[in-house]
Ligand binder design. Structure first.
Ligand code: ADP
Length: 401
Protein backbone atom coordinates (compact mmCIF):
# COMPACT_ATOMS: atom_id res chain seq x y z
CA UNK A 1 0.00 0.00 0.00
CA UNK A 2 1.26 3.48 -0.87
CA UNK A 3 0.91 5.65 2.23
CA UNK A 4 1.67 9.35 2.57
CA UNK A 5 2.67 10.01 6.16
CA UNK A 6 2.07 13.53 7.44
CA UNK A 7 3.84 14.44 10.66
CA UNK A 8 3.03 18.07 11.39
CA UNK A 9 4.93 19.64 14.28
CA UNK A 10 4.68 23.03 15.86
CA UNK A 11 7.28 24.48 13.48
CA UNK A 12 7.99 21.57 11.18
CA UNK A 13 6.45 19.27 8.61
CA UNK A 14 7.89 15.84 8.12
CA UNK A 15 6.38 13.70 5.42
CA UNK A 16 7.27 10.49 3.64
CA UNK A 17 5.70 8.48 0.87
CA UNK A 18 6.11 4.85 1.86
CA UNK A 19 5.37 1.60 0.03
CA UNK A 20 4.47 -0.39 3.12
CA UNK A 21 4.96 -3.91 1.72
CA UNK A 22 8.71 -3.53 1.38
CA UNK A 23 9.03 -0.55 3.77
CA UNK A 24 10.35 1.37 0.75
CA UNK A 25 10.57 5.11 1.30
CA UNK A 26 9.90 6.82 -2.05
CA UNK A 27 9.85 10.47 -0.96
CA UNK A 28 11.09 12.39 2.04
CA UNK A 29 10.12 15.92 2.96
CA UNK A 30 11.35 18.03 5.84
CA UNK A 31 10.18 21.58 6.41
CA UNK A 32 12.04 23.26 9.25
CA UNK A 33 11.71 26.51 11.19
CA UNK A 34 8.26 26.99 9.66
CA UNK A 35 7.01 30.44 10.60
CA UNK A 36 10.55 31.88 10.79
CA UNK A 37 12.04 34.02 8.01
CA UNK A 38 14.63 31.33 7.21
CA UNK A 39 12.09 28.48 6.94
CA UNK A 40 13.03 25.85 4.37
CA UNK A 41 11.46 22.73 2.90
CA UNK A 42 13.59 19.96 1.41
CA UNK A 43 11.93 17.34 -0.79
CA UNK A 44 13.82 14.35 -2.11
CA UNK A 45 12.92 11.21 -4.04
CA UNK A 46 14.22 7.64 -4.15
CA UNK A 47 16.59 6.21 -5.12
CA UNK A 48 19.22 8.92 -4.71
CA UNK A 49 17.36 11.29 -2.34
CA UNK A 50 19.16 14.27 -3.86
CA UNK A 51 17.04 16.87 -2.12
CA UNK A 52 15.79 20.11 -3.57
CA UNK A 53 15.42 22.84 -0.95
CA UNK A 54 12.73 25.50 -1.24
CA UNK A 55 12.46 28.69 0.82
CA UNK A 56 9.06 28.61 2.54
CA UNK A 57 9.11 31.87 4.52
CA UNK A 58 5.57 33.11 5.06
CA UNK A 59 3.95 29.68 4.61
CA UNK A 60 2.09 27.86 7.37
CA UNK A 61 2.62 24.14 7.98
CA UNK A 62 -0.55 23.25 6.03
CA UNK A 63 0.53 25.50 3.17
CA UNK A 64 3.83 23.61 3.08
CA UNK A 65 1.73 20.43 2.74
CA UNK A 66 -0.15 21.92 -0.24
CA UNK A 67 3.21 22.79 -1.81
CA UNK A 68 4.47 19.26 -1.18
CA UNK A 69 1.36 17.70 -2.82
CA UNK A 70 1.89 19.96 -5.82
CA UNK A 71 5.55 18.89 -6.07
CA UNK A 72 4.50 15.21 -5.79
CA UNK A 73 1.97 15.64 -8.58
CA UNK A 74 4.14 17.62 -10.99
CA UNK A 75 7.86 17.04 -10.36
CA UNK A 76 9.33 14.82 -13.10
CA UNK A 77 11.38 12.99 -10.45
CA UNK A 78 8.26 12.16 -8.40
CA UNK A 79 7.57 8.41 -8.09
CA UNK A 80 3.86 8.98 -8.79
CA UNK A 81 2.14 10.39 -11.86
CA UNK A 82 -0.95 11.53 -10.00
CA UNK A 83 -2.04 12.05 -6.38
CA UNK A 84 -4.73 9.38 -6.97
CA UNK A 85 -1.99 6.77 -6.68
CA UNK A 86 -1.73 7.48 -2.94
CA UNK A 87 -3.78 4.75 -1.21
CA UNK A 88 -3.99 6.32 2.22
CA UNK A 89 -2.71 9.22 4.32
CA UNK A 90 -1.44 8.54 7.85
CA UNK A 91 -1.44 11.54 10.18
CA UNK A 92 0.52 11.80 13.38
CA UNK A 93 -1.56 13.28 16.17
CA UNK A 94 0.08 14.26 19.46
CA UNK A 95 -2.97 13.97 21.70
CA UNK A 96 -5.92 11.61 21.59
CA UNK A 97 -7.27 12.11 25.10
CA UNK A 98 -9.15 9.15 26.57
CA UNK A 99 -11.40 8.96 23.50
CA UNK A 100 -8.74 7.82 21.04
CA UNK A 101 -6.96 4.75 22.40
CA UNK A 102 -5.54 3.56 19.08
CA UNK A 103 -5.14 4.46 15.41
CA UNK A 104 -8.45 5.68 13.94
CA UNK A 105 -9.92 6.03 10.45
CA UNK A 106 -10.96 9.66 10.02
CA UNK A 107 -14.62 10.15 9.14
CA UNK A 108 -16.85 13.09 10.06
CA UNK A 109 -17.43 11.72 13.56
CA UNK A 110 -13.73 11.19 14.25
CA UNK A 111 -12.98 14.66 12.88
CA UNK A 112 -15.45 16.17 15.38
CA UNK A 113 -13.80 14.28 18.24
CA UNK A 114 -10.38 15.44 17.02
CA UNK A 115 -11.58 19.03 17.42
CA UNK A 116 -12.64 18.24 20.99
CA UNK A 117 -9.15 17.03 21.99
CA UNK A 118 -7.28 19.89 20.29
CA UNK A 119 -6.83 21.77 23.57
CA UNK A 120 -4.77 18.88 24.98
CA UNK A 121 -1.93 19.73 22.55
CA UNK A 122 -2.51 23.33 21.52
CA UNK A 123 0.77 23.64 19.57
CA UNK A 124 0.34 20.43 17.60
CA UNK A 125 -3.19 19.04 17.26
CA UNK A 126 -4.70 22.14 15.59
CA UNK A 127 -1.89 22.12 12.97
CA UNK A 128 -2.38 18.39 12.32
CA UNK A 129 -6.16 18.89 12.08
CA UNK A 130 -5.67 21.62 9.51
CA UNK A 131 -3.43 19.26 7.51
CA UNK A 132 -6.18 16.59 7.68
CA UNK A 133 -8.70 19.14 6.39
CA UNK A 134 -6.29 20.14 3.62
CA UNK A 135 -6.00 16.51 2.46
CA UNK A 136 -9.79 16.01 2.74
CA UNK A 137 -10.24 19.01 0.46
CA UNK A 138 -7.58 18.07 -2.08
CA UNK A 139 -7.93 14.25 -1.97
CA UNK A 140 -11.54 13.69 -0.86
CA UNK A 141 -11.58 9.99 -1.80
CA UNK A 142 -8.32 9.00 -0.10
CA UNK A 143 -8.78 7.36 3.33
CA UNK A 144 -7.00 9.07 6.20
CA UNK A 145 -5.90 7.63 9.51
CA UNK A 146 -4.87 9.35 12.72
CA UNK A 147 -2.08 7.69 14.72
CA UNK A 148 -1.83 9.01 18.27
CA UNK A 149 1.27 9.70 20.34
CA UNK A 150 -0.68 9.04 23.49
CA UNK A 151 -1.60 5.42 22.67
CA UNK A 152 1.72 3.84 23.79
CA UNK A 153 1.31 5.34 27.26
CA UNK A 154 -2.06 3.72 27.92
CA UNK A 155 -0.20 1.03 29.93
CA UNK A 156 0.83 3.47 32.67
CA UNK A 157 -0.50 2.48 36.09
CA UNK A 158 -2.87 4.82 37.93
CA UNK A 159 -0.12 5.88 40.36
CA UNK A 160 1.75 7.32 37.38
CA UNK A 161 -1.11 8.79 35.35
CA UNK A 162 -3.17 10.40 38.12
CA UNK A 163 -2.41 13.84 39.53
CA UNK A 164 -2.79 14.51 43.23
CA UNK A 165 -5.83 16.74 42.68
CA UNK A 166 -9.39 16.22 43.91
CA UNK A 167 -10.49 12.99 42.21
CA UNK A 168 -13.53 14.66 40.68
CA UNK A 169 -11.27 16.37 38.09
CA UNK A 170 -10.33 12.97 36.74
CA UNK A 171 -13.90 11.66 37.04
CA UNK A 172 -15.51 14.72 35.43
CA UNK A 173 -12.90 15.91 32.91
CA UNK A 174 -10.48 12.98 32.50
CA UNK A 175 -7.62 15.13 33.74
CA UNK A 176 -4.69 12.72 33.90
CA UNK A 177 -1.26 12.12 32.40
CA UNK A 178 -1.53 11.03 28.75
CA UNK A 179 2.10 11.48 27.72
CA UNK A 180 3.18 12.07 24.12
CA UNK A 181 5.82 11.02 21.55
CA UNK A 182 4.50 7.48 22.14
CA UNK A 183 5.18 6.29 18.60
CA UNK A 184 8.77 7.46 18.95
CA UNK A 185 9.35 5.96 22.40
CA UNK A 186 7.90 2.61 21.30
CA UNK A 187 10.11 2.54 18.21
CA UNK A 188 13.23 3.66 20.10
CA UNK A 189 12.69 0.92 22.69
CA UNK A 190 12.29 -1.79 20.03
CA UNK A 191 15.35 -0.62 18.09
CA UNK A 192 17.41 -0.51 21.30
CA UNK A 193 16.38 -4.09 22.06
CA UNK A 194 17.58 -5.04 18.55
CA UNK A 195 20.90 -3.26 19.20
CA UNK A 196 21.31 -5.07 22.53
CA UNK A 197 20.33 -8.38 20.90
CA UNK A 198 17.76 -9.14 23.59
CA UNK A 199 13.96 -9.38 23.65
CA UNK A 200 12.27 -6.09 24.52
CA UNK A 201 10.15 -7.94 27.09
CA UNK A 202 13.29 -8.69 29.15
CA UNK A 203 14.54 -5.11 29.31
CA UNK A 204 14.21 -1.95 31.38
CA UNK A 205 14.82 1.08 29.17
CA UNK A 206 14.77 4.84 29.60
CA UNK A 207 13.96 6.38 26.22
CA UNK A 208 14.79 10.06 25.70
CA UNK A 209 13.08 11.84 22.80
CA UNK A 210 14.89 15.18 22.69
CA UNK A 211 13.73 17.40 19.82
CA UNK A 212 11.97 20.76 19.81
CA UNK A 213 9.61 19.07 22.17
CA UNK A 214 11.13 16.57 24.55
CA UNK A 215 10.00 13.72 26.75
CA UNK A 216 11.53 10.81 28.60
CA UNK A 217 9.76 7.49 29.17
CA UNK A 218 10.37 4.56 31.47
CA UNK A 219 9.79 1.45 29.33
CA UNK A 220 9.60 -1.63 31.50
CA UNK A 221 9.31 -4.99 29.70
CA UNK A 222 8.18 -3.18 26.54
CA UNK A 223 5.47 -1.12 28.23
CA UNK A 224 5.41 2.55 29.12
CA UNK A 225 5.13 2.76 32.91
CA UNK A 226 5.70 6.51 33.22
CA UNK A 227 6.59 9.48 31.07
CA UNK A 228 7.50 13.13 31.62
CA UNK A 229 4.81 14.71 29.46
CA UNK A 230 1.47 14.94 31.13
CA UNK A 231 -2.11 16.08 30.53
CA UNK A 232 -0.60 18.13 27.69
CA UNK A 233 2.89 18.14 26.11
CA UNK A 234 3.75 21.14 28.28
CA UNK A 235 4.79 19.11 31.34
CA UNK A 236 8.19 17.64 32.02
CA UNK A 237 11.48 18.64 30.43
CA UNK A 238 12.53 22.15 29.50
CA UNK A 239 11.90 22.36 25.73
CA UNK A 240 12.61 24.65 22.78
CA UNK A 241 9.86 27.11 23.61
CA UNK A 242 7.92 25.26 26.34
CA UNK A 243 8.60 25.70 30.03
CA UNK A 244 8.14 22.07 31.03
CA UNK A 245 7.39 21.54 34.72
CA UNK A 246 7.30 24.61 36.91
CA UNK A 247 5.64 25.40 40.21
CA UNK A 248 1.95 25.74 39.18
CA UNK A 249 1.56 28.63 41.63
CA UNK A 250 3.85 30.74 39.41
CA UNK A 251 1.12 30.76 36.77
CA UNK A 252 -1.61 32.17 38.99
CA UNK A 253 0.91 34.61 40.50
CA UNK A 254 1.89 36.05 37.08
CA UNK A 255 -1.72 36.16 35.91
CA UNK A 256 -2.77 38.13 39.02
CA UNK A 257 0.32 40.33 39.10
CA UNK A 258 0.18 41.39 35.43
CA UNK A 259 -3.50 40.75 34.67
CA UNK A 260 -2.51 38.20 32.03
CA UNK A 261 -5.54 36.47 30.40
CA UNK A 262 -5.72 32.65 30.14
CA UNK A 263 -4.89 32.35 26.44
CA UNK A 264 -1.94 34.70 26.75
CA UNK A 265 -0.58 32.72 29.71
CA UNK A 266 -0.92 29.55 27.63
CA UNK A 267 1.06 31.20 24.86
CA UNK A 268 3.79 32.41 27.22
CA UNK A 269 4.25 28.90 28.63
CA UNK A 270 4.12 27.15 25.24
CA UNK A 271 5.81 29.62 22.90
CA UNK A 272 7.99 32.04 24.87
CA UNK A 273 9.53 29.84 27.54
CA UNK A 274 12.05 27.00 27.67
CA UNK A 275 15.35 27.42 25.85
CA UNK A 276 13.99 30.50 24.04
CA UNK A 277 12.81 32.12 27.27
CA UNK A 278 16.15 31.70 29.04
CA UNK A 279 18.50 32.34 26.11
CA UNK A 280 16.41 35.24 24.81
CA UNK A 281 17.65 34.25 21.34
CA UNK A 282 16.16 31.08 19.95
CA UNK A 283 14.41 27.87 20.90
CA UNK A 284 16.47 25.98 18.33
CA UNK A 285 19.27 24.11 20.08
CA UNK A 286 21.74 24.53 17.22
CA UNK A 287 21.41 28.32 17.37
CA UNK A 288 21.79 28.33 21.14
CA UNK A 289 24.83 26.02 21.11
CA UNK A 290 26.42 28.32 18.55
CA UNK A 291 25.67 31.43 20.60
CA UNK A 292 27.03 29.79 23.77
CA UNK A 293 30.17 28.84 21.88
CA UNK A 294 30.57 32.50 20.95
CA UNK A 295 30.38 33.46 24.62
CA UNK A 296 26.70 34.32 25.13
CA UNK A 297 26.08 33.70 28.83
CA UNK A 298 22.30 33.32 28.70
CA UNK A 299 22.59 30.73 25.96
CA UNK A 300 25.08 28.85 28.15
CA UNK A 301 22.64 29.08 31.07
CA UNK A 302 19.81 27.73 28.90
CA UNK A 303 21.99 24.74 27.95
CA UNK A 304 23.00 24.16 31.59
CA UNK A 305 19.34 24.17 32.66
CA UNK A 306 18.30 21.93 29.77
CA UNK A 307 20.99 19.37 30.57
CA UNK A 308 20.26 19.46 34.31
CA UNK A 309 16.57 18.77 33.79
CA UNK A 310 17.25 15.86 31.44
CA UNK A 311 19.67 14.40 34.02
CA UNK A 312 17.10 14.70 36.81
CA UNK A 313 14.41 13.01 34.69
CA UNK A 314 16.72 10.09 33.79
CA UNK A 315 17.63 9.74 37.47
CA UNK A 316 13.97 9.80 38.47
CA UNK A 317 13.02 7.00 36.10
CA UNK A 318 16.07 4.98 37.14
CA UNK A 319 14.50 5.04 40.60
CA UNK A 320 11.03 4.22 39.22
CA UNK A 321 12.14 1.01 37.48
CA UNK A 322 13.24 -2.30 38.93
CA UNK A 323 16.09 -2.55 36.40
CA UNK A 324 17.68 -0.28 33.82
CA UNK A 325 19.54 -1.91 30.95
CA UNK A 326 19.93 1.07 28.64
CA UNK A 327 19.23 4.73 28.09
CA UNK A 328 18.16 5.48 24.52
CA UNK A 329 18.66 8.86 22.85
CA UNK A 330 16.50 9.83 19.89
CA UNK A 331 15.10 12.87 17.91
CA UNK A 332 16.88 16.03 16.70
CA UNK A 333 19.00 16.81 19.76
CA UNK A 334 19.27 13.25 21.11
CA UNK A 335 20.54 11.86 17.80
CA UNK A 336 22.66 14.70 16.51
CA UNK A 337 24.24 16.61 19.36
CA UNK A 338 27.33 14.79 20.59
CA UNK A 339 28.11 17.85 22.73
CA UNK A 340 24.83 17.72 24.63
CA UNK A 341 25.01 13.94 25.06
CA UNK A 342 28.48 14.35 26.53
CA UNK A 343 27.20 16.99 28.95
CA UNK A 344 24.18 14.89 29.97
CA UNK A 345 26.10 11.66 30.58
CA UNK A 346 29.10 13.30 32.24
CA UNK A 347 26.74 13.75 35.20
CA UNK A 348 25.34 10.22 35.14
CA UNK A 349 28.46 8.03 35.22
CA UNK A 350 27.96 7.39 38.95
CA UNK A 351 24.66 5.67 38.05
CA UNK A 352 26.54 3.35 35.70
CA UNK A 353 25.86 5.15 32.41
CA UNK A 354 29.36 5.61 31.00
CA UNK A 355 29.74 7.26 27.62
CA UNK A 356 32.54 6.37 25.21
CA UNK A 357 33.67 9.73 23.85
CA UNK A 358 34.83 8.35 20.53
CA UNK A 359 31.66 6.36 19.88
CA UNK A 360 29.65 9.43 20.85
CA UNK A 361 31.25 11.45 18.05
CA UNK A 362 28.75 11.96 15.23
CA UNK A 363 31.22 12.32 12.39
CA UNK A 364 30.10 10.00 9.62
CA UNK A 365 27.60 8.29 11.89
CA UNK A 366 24.41 10.30 11.41
CA UNK A 367 21.43 8.01 10.94
CA UNK A 368 23.22 4.94 12.29
CA UNK A 369 21.65 3.24 15.31
CA UNK A 370 24.47 2.35 17.67
CA UNK A 371 25.70 1.82 21.21
CA UNK A 372 27.83 4.71 22.46
CA UNK A 373 28.70 3.59 25.99
CA UNK A 374 31.98 1.91 26.92
CA UNK A 375 31.97 -1.89 26.64
CA UNK A 376 31.65 -2.53 30.37
CA UNK A 377 29.23 0.28 31.14
CA UNK A 378 26.66 -1.36 33.49
CA UNK A 379 23.91 0.56 31.69
CA UNK A 380 24.26 0.92 27.94
CA UNK A 381 23.67 4.17 26.10
CA UNK A 382 22.14 3.88 22.62
CA UNK A 383 21.33 6.24 19.77
CA UNK A 384 18.29 5.42 17.67
CA UNK A 385 17.28 7.44 14.63
CA UNK A 386 13.66 8.41 15.12
CA UNK A 387 11.54 6.71 12.47
CA UNK A 388 8.05 7.61 13.44
CA UNK A 389 7.04 7.72 9.78
CA UNK A 390 7.55 3.99 9.12
CA UNK A 391 5.48 3.08 12.18
CA UNK A 392 2.72 5.51 11.24
CA UNK A 393 2.65 4.12 7.68
CA UNK A 394 2.34 0.55 8.95
CA UNK A 395 -0.46 1.36 11.39
CA UNK A 396 -2.27 3.29 8.63
CA UNK A 397 -1.97 0.44 6.11
CA UNK A 398 -3.20 -2.12 8.67
CA UNK A 399 -6.31 -0.08 9.44
CA UNK A 400 -7.14 0.80 5.85
CA UNK A 401 -6.62 -2.79 4.69
P1 ADP B 1 10.57 18.21 16.39
O1 ADP B 1 10.29 18.10 17.85
O2 ADP B 1 10.04 19.47 15.78
O3 ADP B 1 10.27 16.95 15.61
P2 ADP B 1 13.38 17.53 15.92
O4 ADP B 1 13.33 16.17 16.47
O5 ADP B 1 13.62 17.69 14.47
O6 ADP B 1 12.14 18.42 16.33
O7 ADP B 1 14.51 18.32 16.72
C1 ADP B 1 14.74 19.66 16.50
C2 ADP B 1 15.79 20.12 17.47
O8 ADP B 1 16.98 19.36 17.26
C3 ADP B 1 16.16 21.59 17.30
O9 ADP B 1 16.31 22.21 18.56
C4 ADP B 1 17.50 21.50 16.59
O10 ADP B 1 18.34 22.60 16.85
C5 ADP B 1 18.07 20.26 17.24
N1 ADP B 1 19.19 19.73 16.46
C6 ADP B 1 19.18 19.17 15.23
N2 ADP B 1 20.45 18.87 14.84
C7 ADP B 1 21.27 19.26 15.84
C8 ADP B 1 22.68 19.24 16.06
N3 ADP B 1 23.52 18.75 15.16
N4 ADP B 1 23.15 19.72 17.24
C9 ADP B 1 22.32 20.22 18.15
N5 ADP B 1 20.99 20.28 18.02
C10 ADP B 1 20.46 19.81 16.87
Amino acid sequence: MLVLVVNAGSSSLKSQLIQTEGKHVLMKCLAQKVGAPDATMTVSFAPGFQGETYGVAGLTVEECLVKLLDILATDPASPIGSLDEIDAVGNRLVAGGEYFTGATLIDDGARRHLAEVEELAPLHNPVADRCIDTVRRLLPDTPQVAVFDTAFHQTMPAKAYLYPLPMRYYDDYSIRRYGAHGTSHRYAAQQAANLLGRPLQDLGLITCHLGNGGSITAVNHGESIDTTMGFTPLEGLMMGTRSGSIDPAIITYIMRREGVPFDEMDRILNCESGVLGISGRSGDMRDVLEAAEAGDERSQLAIDMYVYRVQKAIGGFYAAMTRTDAVVMTAGIGENSAALRERIFSGLAHMGMILDKERNDVTGQIGVNRIISIDDSPIKICIVTADEEIRIARETADLVA
